[in-house]
Each structure stands twice: as C-alpha cells, then as structure tokens.
Design a protein around this ligand. Structure first.
Ligand SMILES: NC(=O)c1ccc[n+]([C@@H]2O[C@H](COP(=O)([O-])OP(=O)(O)OC[C@H]3O[C@@H](n4cnc5c(N)ncnc54)[C@H](OP(=O)(O)O)[C@@H]3O)[C@@H](O)[C@H]2O)c1
Length: 252
C-alpha cells in the first residue's frame, strides 16, 4: 500500500476512534500514576535537549508553572544566567544529564542534531512517558537529514530516529517570542496548540503541559499528521482551537 494511503488510513482510524469514544476510553485506561499527574498537575521533572529560543522559553514557562526543569546544552556553563534568573526549580546540565533527570523530555534542537540524539539517547528516551518534539526539519538550515524528514513527514521521521519513544509533536510552528504573551489570554479566548501523537498517555501529559502555560491543546491526529505541524503550513502561527479544527478539515 502506498505511504499516502497508509497515512490517510491512520488518520481516518484515529478520528473514527475519537468519534466512537475509543480514544477517551484509551485515556481512561492509562496507568494510574501518569493519569494522576495529568489530572492533578503534580510536578513532573522536565529535561530540555536544547535551551535556545524555544527550549529556554518553554522550560521557563513550565518552571514558572511549578515543574523542576533541567535545561541542557553541550556547554551547560553558558546556561547559568538563564537558570539563576528562573530560580530554584531550574538547573542546567548536559543533554545526558537532562535525559537522566527527566520524566518528560522536550526536543528543542536544530533538526541536524536529531540523528546524534537518536544515536545517543533513543534507548533512554523510549522509557519516558512523553517526548515532546518541537523540532522542525528545515532543508536550508539542516541539510539532507531535513530533506529526508520532509519526504517522510516530520512525525514519522522522528519516530524512526527515536524508536519506541512516546512522541508528541507540538510547539513546532509558533514563535517562541510570542508564547509568554499568548499564554496570558483568558479562558475562552485561548490560542490553540495543534499536537500530533500516537500514544494516548503521552498526548494526555502533553495536553496538561500545554494548558498549564495558558494554551488550549488540539490533537490533530496521529504522528503521521506531524507533517502539517511545521512553519509555513496552514496550521502554523496562532489560531483559536475552532480555527485549527476548520483548517484541519481542509487538509488531506
Ligand atoms: N525559535 C522558535 O521560535 C521555534 C519555534 C518552534 C520550533 N522551533 C524549532 O525548535 C528547534 C530549536 O530552535 P531554536 O530556535 O530554539 O534554536 P536555537 O536558539 O539555535 O537553540 C538550539 C539549541 O540546540 C542545542 N543544540 C544544537 N545542537 C545540539 C546537539 N547536537 N546536541 C544537543 N544540543 C544541541 C543548542 O545548544 P548548544 O549549542 O549550546 O549545545 C541550543 O541550546 C528547531 O528545530 C526549530 O525549528 C523553533
């Protein structure tokens, strides 16, 4: 079967499941500990691989929401100003230290770093309840690895690089500088955050993290739909949840 047909079938199955309530039942069947975290908002240890524009912004927002966050860089000493400015919930480390520390990992690196991250950490990342993938394959910036990832679809490509990881694609196509202000909108006027993933528990955890920084999660489908969560696609930028659903209906 052609890949496009497989993708379409995956998406149809996902929405059929959601419509029939199976997806909600799947959420209800998630392990108790993780479900307690999603519903109680208990602190989760978050590790960021990459602490540049998007990694530092999201990590700061989650630390402000009460989660311990380890920001990582290959030069963690350069993150001192960032973590000192956030306070006791923030610390800095290497990517390996952040992976070891975290319950949940945010990927926030240029896409060309992804094969190395897969090589170094795929085994450990597969054990995490959630790996949030904010990365984007950009051919001009990242070269051939990005070209191939675009051909496969960004979600499918990340799943190949990180086999077994509970991946959710989110925060890919919203400017990091906008996020702190976007998150201040009152309930009912919130910006939607399109997300794609295959794992119900990971999607539930990601949804909670999205809500905690003042945005409204909108699950657009399985990881195959990650190909639409990129800068320059119709879902990029800031939209209300209703607008996201309208755009979604126009996508193949
Ligand atoms: N900027 C945005 O508004 C935005 C929004 C949504 C999504 N994104 C996506 O998020 C990703 C990061 O973008 P950014 O703008 O935050 O980039 P950035 O400001 O350049 O930061 C990149 C971070 O990745 C780290 N890094 C680079 N290579 C690495 C490697 N091999 N191993 C471990 N860490 C590595 C860098 O740390 P060291 O070099 O110190 O190790 C740095 O902390 C990109 O894929 C981008 O498309 C960006």
């Amino acid at each position: 079967m052609a890949q496009d047909q497989l993708i379409d079938r995956g998406r149809r199955d996902f929405f059929r499941m959601a419509a029939s309530g199976t997806a909600l039942l799947a959420l209800a069947a998630t392990p108790l500990a993780a479900l307690a975290q999603t519903t109680s908002g208990a602190p989760l240890k978050i590790g960021t691989i990459g602490a540049g524009r998007i990694g530092s912004t999201l990590g700061t927002l989650w630390a402000k929401a009460g989660h311990p966050v380890m920001f990582s860089s290959r030069h963690p000493e350069e993150l001192k100003g960032l973590v000192d400015g956030i306070g006791p919930l923030a610390r800095a480390g290497t990517p390996a230290e952040a992976v070891a520390f975290a319950d949940i990992v945010l990927l926030a690196v240029p896409y060309r770093a992804m094969p190395q991250i897969g090589h170094d950490f795929a085994h450990d990342l597969a054990a995490k309840a959630l790996v949030l993938d904010a990365t984007n394959p950009m051919a001009r910036r990242d070269g051939e690895v990005a070209v191939q990832a675009r051909e496969k679809g960004a979600g499918v490509a990340a799943a190949e690089l990180l086999p077994g990881a509970h991946l959710v694609r989110a925060f890919n196509a919203i400017g990091s500088a906008r996020l702190p202000e976007d998150g201040k909108r009152p309930q009912g006027e919130r910006i939607g955050m399109p997300m794609a993933g295959d794992d119900a528990k990971a999607l539930a955890l990601a949804s909670n993290l999205v809500r905690e920084i003042g945005l409204e999660p909108v699950v657009v489908g399985p990881l195959t739909m990650g190909k639409y969560l990129l800068p320059g696609t119709p879902l990029a930028g800031e939209h209300t949840p209703e607008q996201i659903r309208e755009i979604l209906a126009t996508l193949k």
